[in-house]
Design a protein around this ligand. Structure first.
Ligand code: FES
Ligand code: FE2
Ligand code: FE2
Length: 424
């Protein structure tokens, strides 16, 4: 048609003008709702099919904690607006503007369809296959020295491993609180050594998300609050395991001086584990009060990736899990809170406030031990942190930051501002 011709001309003009438009394929290549487009600069995109011939595009890495948006669901809000829901914590991103009701903003890109060809406006080379990506998922180095150790029952590492292998979250919580007690009272004295499992155990009746569905929106109803609390409970379940994993996995860690980690390190992470257990419990109770139960909704299973990626390197573990992910939790707290407050859900607000206060101390613990180890090893804290994040965390850190919450945790701006994408 005439319109299409004009569009083609316009698109071609722009290609010439700024070199930004590029053809990524034919419309027929993009049958699924979401397709990941791999970018040469590592900031991959997700192409979202919103109709026969209409597409949208945004960064595929969720601005919250880097969740895979290409595995998300599309929700139709009913007023013609479509949002992409992140599979990790259900944050919504308007496919048109990239804005989220949580206050976060995702980068969107213009998309044009001209005579069956799909064009995206970005200066970075895009492709449908990840061949440019380094293969990080290779077999990890095994540590035979640890695997052969048979842990004795009265050590912290034995219990850490046992809890990691406990699939039922309620039992996981119970054991965590019991071990925290025994460690504090001195009934468990030794850290010991143990080989944690590669992945913690999970109840096998939990349904895992089937990505790419388009469903009806439920707006600000109770159901959507339950969905958010449910995904937060799921995160807390993983957080319990992350705490026990750092204890068991690095139980035999020694500094370059040959010295082991101080006992306080283990006490701090036992405290973190206990907090996470309490958080799971609070959220699970709240979900039940709201007429649902944990396991009623599908959950995402990709939350162990950062643990696997950093299983060989304690500094990287502290940096990614506690100083990137947990700090991100502080950033989104105000918006999450106001969502519940706006609907008059005071009981949930109270739970979220308790969790928030504890999470500040978790970021602080990560930062304290990161700094301690760096200074023991004569490394510069800031540049080491920046290097590790670039290496292990895909993509830049994105504002908004909860400057005050981060500062309370000891994390001043020089830690994270240099990791924000330079504005172009
Ligand atoms: S990572 Fe996307 S909502 Fe948390
Ligand atoms: Fe927590
Ligand atoms: Fe935490």
């Amino acid at each position: 048609t005439h319109m299409e011709q004009q569009e083609l001309v316009a698109a071609l003009r722009r290609v010439v003008a700024d070199g930004g438009w590029q053809r990524v394929g034919r419309t027929a290549d993009f049958q699924s709702t979401c397709t990941k487009l791999f970018s040469e600069d590592g900031q991959h995109l997700v192409l979202i099919r919103t109709g026969e011939d209409s597409f949208r595009a945004m960064d595929s890495s969720c601005p919250h904690e880097g969740g895979p948006l290409e595995l998300g669901d599309i929700e139709d809000l009913g007023d013609g607006r479509l949002v992409l829901l992140c599979p990790w914590h259900h944050f919504d991103f308007c496919v048109q503007t990239g804005s989220s009701s949580t206050g976060l903003q995702n980068q969107v890109y213009e998309v044009r369809v001209v005579q069956g060809d799909v064009y995206v406006n970005t200066p970075n080379q895009l492709s449908l296959s990840p061949d440019a990506e380094p293969d990080t998922a290779g077999p990890g180095e095994s540590s035979p020295d640890v695997a052969e150790i048979c842990p004795s029952e009265d050590t912290l590492s034995f219990w850490a491993t046992k809890i990691l292998r406990t699939p039922d979250p309620t039992e996981k919580v119970r054991l965590t609180l019991e071990v925290q007690d025994k460690w504090r009272s001195g009934q468990i004295k030794e850290v010991g050594r143990a080989a944690p499992p590669a992945q913690p155990s999970r109840r096998d009746d939990l349904t895992v998300l089937q990505p790419g569905r388009i469903k009806r929106g439920k707006g600000g109803t109770q159901a959507s609050r339950v969905a958010l609390l449910h995904s937060l409970a799921n995160i807390e379940q993983w957080a319990i395991d992350l705490s026990w994993d750092v204890i068991a996995r690095f139980s035999g860690f020694s500094l370059s001086s040959g010295e082991p980690l101080p006992r306080q390190f283990f006490s701090d992470f036992v405290k973190v584990a206990g907090d996470e257990a309490k958080h799971y419990d609070l959220l699970e109770r709240r979900i039940t009060e709201l007429g649902s139960f944990f396991g009623a909704l599908p959950v995402h299973n990709g939350l162990w990736q950062s643990a696997t990626d950093t299983s060989h390197d304690l500094l990287a573990r502290l940096a990614i899990v506690h100083m990137v992910h947990e700090a991100r939790g502080l950033d989104v707290h105000p918006q999450t809170l106001s969502r519940f407050a706006a609907q008059g859900d005071r009981d949930s607000v109270e739970v979220l406030e308790i969790i928030y206060r504890d999470e500040i101390t978790h970021v602080a613990a990560g930062l304290r031990w990161f700094t301690h180890i760096c200074s023991q090893e004569g490394r510069d804290c800031l540049s080491t942190f920046h290097e590790l994040v670039k290496q292990h965390f895909k993509g830049y850190l994105k504002p908004p930051f909860n400057t005050e919450g981060r500062r309370t945790a000891g994390m001043t701006e020089e830690w994270y501002v240099p990791l924000v994408k330079p504005s172009s």
